[in-house]
Design a protein around this ligand. Structure first.
Ligand code: GLN
Length: 456
């Protein structure tokens, strides 16, 4: 009830929730109370969570924050969602995000932008009135966690959408290894890159949440049948002797000096805790962003072909079938989604396929091999999560290239299928949160949590 009340007060300003489900929450909470009293408590008993609107929710409208899915009420729950509710967690509502998770600022949502609860300090030390982005695409998740409108939130990450919003709001977000969490029941963006993960206040909270979210699921053939460790237990192990790699290619131009300084501090903290530091090279890093922005739109254009005005949500009639398709897609998809569909269909079309899509897939393999080589000498990698702190709402909206550049440090992880965590590490000179990223070996999320705890 306390969270429901807090959402009512703060959400009109923040726009983090697009839909609340107070009745469902109170019903789940009562069931939790009953189990607690009868002594059979589950791991997440009674913990109030927000659920990104990309996750299908049984009998609760799910739109991926797109007009085209308006009125779509799934008859099923995502596997990750079911796992959480079966573990005793309570759903407070559906969280805002970029339309179909395409974006880095939560400004492409059909429900309007999310406002970060953070404020920049001006030269006089006073807080400014500018509204800042909470990152994206999981901007509702990061803002809600940062503003205490839930204890944790689900999120998804195709090229950084868990880690970048975490970095921009001083929260913890982990994108698990591809295959760790089931993608079943999550609205698809780019299926070979998409992963679900938690956004939470602390590393321990994220560790507890991920353990319940992860599972092998026969309904997602890419989910992997491997035991899910007790990540909370792993935290106690510390980082003595851990080999931490610092990739030299991540020292890019245009990185804010605050982030450069913080990266160095992170190195020192890990060293002081007993880790050893090693410079490593990931030579194909500079190709990651252009490659991602070929592969992700290609897969998106194929995934989004299903929204035709017939099967889901919005339909705008026309003089014939093709006309109806066109009208529905023109009215239902926002500008950024249309841009991705155009790029995607272009790079997949006959004559361009070899030059763009196939080439990108080859480069993707080279990016993955860079990491395979790095794992010969180190256990984790330490990098910044983003090149800059949070920016003003509207600042990058008309410049897609500047927006895409936000993802420079995060997309490589998705291209290689690796786990990556963003952990709040410090603040900028003007008082905004900054994050560091740890990248791990496949299915070694436990080591990421251990190292992240040293930094937080
Ligand atoms: N910002 C990236 C994009 O727009 C990543 C989004 C995501 O991870 N879902 O594609």
């Amino acid at each position: 009830q306390a969270f429901i009340d807090a959402i009512e007060v703060a959400n009109p300003q923040l726009n983090a929730y697009v839909r609340t489900t107070p009745e469902l929450a109170l019903k789940q909470a009562e069931e939790s109370d009953r189990r607690l009293k009868s002594g059979d408590a589950r791991p997440l008993e009674g913990l109030p969570l927000g659920n990104k609107d990309l996750f299908c929710t049984k009998d609760v409208e799910t739109t991926a924050c797109s007009k085209i899915l308006e009125g779509f009420t799934p008859t099923y729950e995502s596997t990750v969602g079911s796992n959480l509710w079966n573990a005793g967690a309570v759903m407070l509502g559906k969280l805002n995000c970029d339309e179909f998770a395409m974006g880095s600022s939560n400004e492409t949502s059909a429900y309007g932008p999310v406002v970060s609860p953070w404020r920049r300090a001006g030269a006089d030390g006073q807080l400014t009135s500018e509204n800042l982005v909470p990152g994206g695409s999981s901007g509702g998740s990061s803002a809600a966690v940062a503003a205490d409108l839930c204890l944790g939130a689900t999120a998804t990450d195709t090229g950084g959408s868990i880690r970048q919003p975490a970095a921009l709001t001083g929260t913890v977000g982990i994108k698990p290894t591809y295959g760790r969490c089931s993608r079943w029941g999550i609205v698809a963006f780019a299926s070979s890159l998409d992963q679900a993960g938690p956004l939470a206040k602390t590393v321990r909270d994220a560790a507890i949440m991920l353990r319940s979210m992860a599972s092998h699921d026969p309904k997602d053939s890419t989910s992997v049948e491997t035991p899910v460790p007790d990540y909370e237990l792993a935290l106690a192990q510390g980082v003595k002797g851990l080999r931490v790699g610092v990739p030299k290619e991540y020292r890019v131009e245009g990185m804010s000096p605050d982030i450069e300084r913080l990266w160095q501090e992170g190195i020192e903290w890990l060293k002081a805790a007993g880790a050893t530091i090693h410079e490593v090279s990931l030579p194909h890093t500079k190709f990651a962003l252009p490659t991602y922005y070929v592969v992700a739109p290609a897969e998106a254009s194929s995934n989004l072909a299903r929204y035709d005005g017939v099967r889901y949500g919005l339909r705008v009639e026309g003089k014939d079938l093709i006309d109806m398709y066109e009208n529905s897609r023109a009215a239902g998809f926002g500008k950024e989604v249309q841009r991705r569909v155009l790029i995607g269909t272009y790079v997949l079309s006959a004559g361009y396929y070899d030059a763009y899509y196939l080439k990108a897939q080859k480069v993707r393999t080279l990016i993955k091999r860079d990491f395979d080589d790095a794992w010969q000498s180190v256990d984790v990698l330490l990098t910044p999560t983003t090149p800059t702190p949070a920016f003003k709402i509207g600042e990058k909206l008309d410049d897609p290239m500047a927006m895409y550049a936000q993802d420079i440090f995060t997309v490589t992880v998705n291209m290689a299928g690796l786990p990556g965590i963003s952990v709040p590490a410090g603040i900028s000179v003007d008082g905004l949160p900054l994050g560091l990223q740890l990248i791990g070996k496949p299915f070694d999320e436990a080591t990421l949590f251990r190292a992240a705890q040293v930094i937080e």
